[in-house]
Write a protein that binds this ligand. Structure first.
Ligand code: FE
Length: 318
């Protein structure tokens, strides 16, 4: 079993350094004073190209967040894209492996993934569906490709849990395609998975970091603006085509992640080519982060404890 082992040697110190360089924690605004304060439009402060990586039992994917270029973006820990028509690139899947202390979010565009855990939970994530899995105090599961005739295309990102929530019972929110809120925002077609947009609320509920997650599509010449929580960490990841993002209209293409500055609005436009992108934001935690492979805790001792619990069969509690 190999899984996410490339993170094993990452230290908390190495992880926090790039954050200060990005200004993601430092530029948090003071408590808002008046509701009439002007809304700041966010800009792209950092652009990261997804890099080819091999994970699980030999899945070829592209990693942006969680790579050397951007080890983390509090509270986000990882963003992987699996996109291939060749079964050899993904059929090996992610066999049995543990998690503790954070959440995994899977969003499937093509193909399907079968998840199964040691507590007997299982299900198939079909094309167009999403899963928000809170690992909490611990689970052992597998994520395997299924129905892959047309290839596989999915995203998985990891969201940290605050210290107070790392020991909650595991929880799954499996969101079938028809439960994702489909709406329009100016020129954009939007699939809203979590958070609110124009008074509508996505199906994922009760997440500690109050995330907003949506998939936006623009035709070749379109624009849109989206309200986001001003002090939340936010990023854009381009799924297809090209998009100009932020107040400075930073050009982005498929496979690029853009870290956004603080502000209450995200703007995006296309200029001759269609574009599709994920917009994700959540409340930063500002807590120490200790990572060890599939475990994300606050201290190195807690990581050692997680490995001990896993090896001795105590990770999964009834
Ligand atoms: Fe997993």
């Amino acid at each position: 079993m190999t899984t996410r082992r490339s993170f094993l040697t990452t230290t908390a110190a190495a992880l926090t350094a790039p954050l200060s360089q990005l200004g993601c924690l430092a530029d948090r605004p003071a408590a808002s004073t008046a509701s009439a304060a002007p809304v700041r439009t966010r800009t792209v402060t950092h652009l990261v190209d997804a890099r080819p990586t091999i994970e699980g039992a030999g899945v070829h994917l592209r990693r942006s967040l969680g790579s050397a270029a951007l080890p983390m973006l509090d509270p986000f820990l990882l963003l992987d894209e699996v996109h291939s028509e060749r079964p050899d690139d993904f059929m090996a899947g992610f066999p049995t492996h543990p998690h503790r202390g954070f959440e995994t979010v899977t969003y499937v565009l093509q193909g399907a993934a079968h998840h199964r855990d040691s507590m007997g939970n299982h299900g198939v994530l079909s094309a167009g569906s999403a899963q928000w899995m809170t690992a909490g105090r611990g689970l052992v599961h597998s994520e395997m490709p299924e129905n892959t005739a047309g290839g596989m295309w999915l995203f998985q990102f990891w969201v940290n849990l605050p210290r107070a929530n790392k020991w909650v019972a595991p929880r799954y929110q499996d969101i079938a395609p028809e439960r994702i809120v489909e709406t329009h925002r100016e020129d954009a077609r939007v699939r809203l998975v979590a958070g609110t947009l124009d008074g509508r609320t996505g199906p994922v509920q009760g997440i500690a970091t109050a995330p907003q997650m949506m998939d936006l599509s623009l035709d070749a010449r379109g624009r849109t603006s989206v309200a986001v929580a001003p002090d939340h960490t936010a990023f854009v990841y381009v799924i297809e085509g090209r998009v100009k993002v932020g107040a400075d209209e930073a050009p982005m293409r498929a496979g690029q992640l853009g870290v956004l500055s603080r502000g209450g609005r995200v703007v995006a436009k296309t200029d001759g080519e269609r574009g599709r992108f994920l917009l994700v934001s959540a409340r930063p935690l500002g807590e120490p982060v200790a990572r060890g492979g599939p475990f994300v805790m606050n201290t190195d001792d807690e990581i050692r404890q997680a490995w001990d619990d896993y090896r001795s069969g105590r990770l999964v509690q009834p």
